[in-house]
Design a protein around this ligand. Structure first.
Ligand code: ADP
Length: 496
């Protein structure tokens, strides 16, 4: 029996369709528009009366129209409810000629009058705009960012990712994210990924584990990863921010090494101090007994025994000098004083007074420029001058030593030079000699311990300067050191 639909029912149905917040357009199998609701009128700018009877293609931008008829007949040949144009960007054409991005759901309905297709059309301009803004934000981020879907496929990367991993973005998009992970971690990654998606939250990845990235060239680098779930209409994604921490790791390692070195230096210094300090007393008593032996039994012993005693005495003296120098060197930090204003002239006089006897014995001629006033540790600076001038007196070749102490002002510092006319130093040893125990001569040629210049370097370091030597073998040496200049300080201020 034919079912009669009342006019009341039709007007009710029309009201329902018009109240739906989505644009709805129904076309027949040939593509003629049969129905358009209020939202469709608003979306496309046509009235329902204008649309009805027209081919649906009038709502499709011109550039897609040619293919549209084919797509339409494809659908009517195999009708099923599904979204249209999966994977393609779809656009609607407004009456005023403007285009806008849309999403379309297709639903075939079969009636006595034949096949009809109901399309629900959603304007996705706003979503596209937000997506574009999101992409631009990710792109402009200073951090490498990768977005993946639940299957682990890369859907978005920024320039930083390209730079960090050495890939072009086209090479990465649609690839599994595991391509950026070293092989030994790959097996577990999909499992970890699923766990994350099951309880996605903003958090750091792999806390407590060392994470590594794999570059296209096969090299690895340490990374830190922040994970951010991004819920979209298309499902859940994860946006990861990746930071290359190679530099931080390197610095931490360097700091660790420096600390270890510092610790071993302190221990060594303590050891040197204890050893040299504790050796002083027994050594003094050995020296005393040897001297007693020498003076008391010299006439009673034969020449051989006396020679052995003399040599033992010499060696003990040498050992005493070595332990004293070592003690001096290891005591360096403990004996530092606060910096005060110091006349370098005074420092020089002090050092010369200690060297007076040997300078006189060698008929040395010692001259100097006008020397500045500086900030420093008096006893350390005396030690510095003493070591440099005593070397200048010692490393001579049967000549009378001629020594000059120069002072030259630079913008913020002074260069002090100790010039001698001694044996000079070959270029290749000029850095080495500032290291502890580095000597260039036999004891019998030039006695010494190889500690003096190491002490000089520590004094100069402690005063924030540099020390170096300019020399040529056989042509004398100049030992230079720098020391900070005091700004606008008068002689009177310095003296007071
Ligand atoms: P030491 O004099 O006890 O050997 P130093 O540390 O003072 O130890 O000097 C290290 C080495 O540098 C010396 O053994 C010597 O070979 C060289 N040297 C130092 N001063 C001079 C100088 N004025 N002229 C030539 N060689 C020098």
């Amino acid at each position: 029996m034919e079912r009669v639909i009342s006019t009341r029912t039709i007007s009710q149905l029309t009201a329902i369709i018009d109240s739906v917040p989505t644009a709805i357009i129904m076309v027949d199998a040939q593509g003629h528009i049969d129905l358009a609701n209020k939202q469709a009128e608003r979306l496309f700018g046509y009235s329902a009366a204008e649309l009805c009877g027209e081919i649906i293609d009038i709502l499709v931008p011109y550039r897609f129209r040619a293919g549209h008829a084919g797509l339409r007949s494809g659908f009517t040949g195999n009708p099923s409810a599904r979204p249209m144009g999966a994977g393609r960007d779809l656009f609607g054409l407004h009456k005023n000629g403007t285009e806008f991005p849309i999403e379309i759901g297709l639903n075939p309905i079969t009636t006595e009058d034949g096949l009809f297709i109901v399309s629900s059309i959603v304007d996705i301009s706003e979503r596209k705009r937000l997506e574009a803004r999101f992409r631009a934000t990710v792109e402009s981020a200073p951090t490498a960012m990768i977005m993946i879907d639940q299957a682990g496929s890369i859907v978005l990367v920024n320039t930083e990712v390209e730079r960090l991993f050495g890939y072009d973005r086209e090479e990465l998009l649609k690839q599994k994210v595991e391509v950026l992970i070293p092989a030994r971690f790959r097996v577990h990654h999909p499992g970890l990924r699923s766990q994350y998606f099951a309880a996605a939250a903003v958090r750091r990845m792999g806390v407590g584990r060392d994470l590594f990235g794999l570059r296209k060239d096969g090299t690895e680098f340490p990374i830190e990863i922040g994970l951010n779930p991004v819920q979209t209409d298309e499902g859940l994604f994860v946006l990861s921010a990746i930071v290359d921490i190679s530099e931080r790791k390197r610095q931490a390692l360097e700091l660790q090494r420096a600390e270890a070195l510092e610790r071993s230096n302190v221990e060594l210094q303590r050891f040197a101090y204890v050893a040299s300090h504790d050796l002083q007393t027994p050594m003094r008593s050995i020296a005393n007994f040897i001297e007693l032996l020498q003076t008391t039994y010299e006439t009673k012993l034969d020449a051989q025994a006396n020679d052995w005693i003399r040599r033992t005495h010499q060696s003990i003296k040498q050992l005493q000098t070595l332990t004293q120098d070592l003690l001096e060197y290891s005591r360096f930090d403990n004996q530092a004083h606060p910096f005060v204003r110091i006349e370098l002239h005074e420092v020089l006089n002090h050092a010369l007074s200690l060297l007076d006897a040997s300078a006189r014995e060698l008929c040395a001629e010692i001259t100097w420029d006008e020397l500045p006033c500086v900030m420093g540790d008096h006893s350390q600076l005396v030690q510095l001058m003493l070591n440099l001038i005593s070397n200048a007196l010692k490393y001579q070749d049967n000549k009378s030593p001629r020594i000059h102490i120069s002072a030259e002002k630079r913008a913020t510092y002074w260069i002090i030079g100790v010039h001698d006319n001694g044996i000079g130093i070959a270029k290749k040893y000029q850095d080495k000699i500032f290291e502890i125990f580095q000597r260039l001569h036999e004891q019998k040629e030039y006695p010494g311990t190889g500690i003096g210049l190491a002490v000089c370097r520590r004094v100069v370091d402690h005063h924030g300067g540099k020390i170096w030597v300019e020399s040529e073998q056989g042509k004398g040496s100049i030992f230079y050191f720098t020391i900070a200049a005091i700004k606008a300080i008068t002689h009177e201020q310095c003296v007071n």
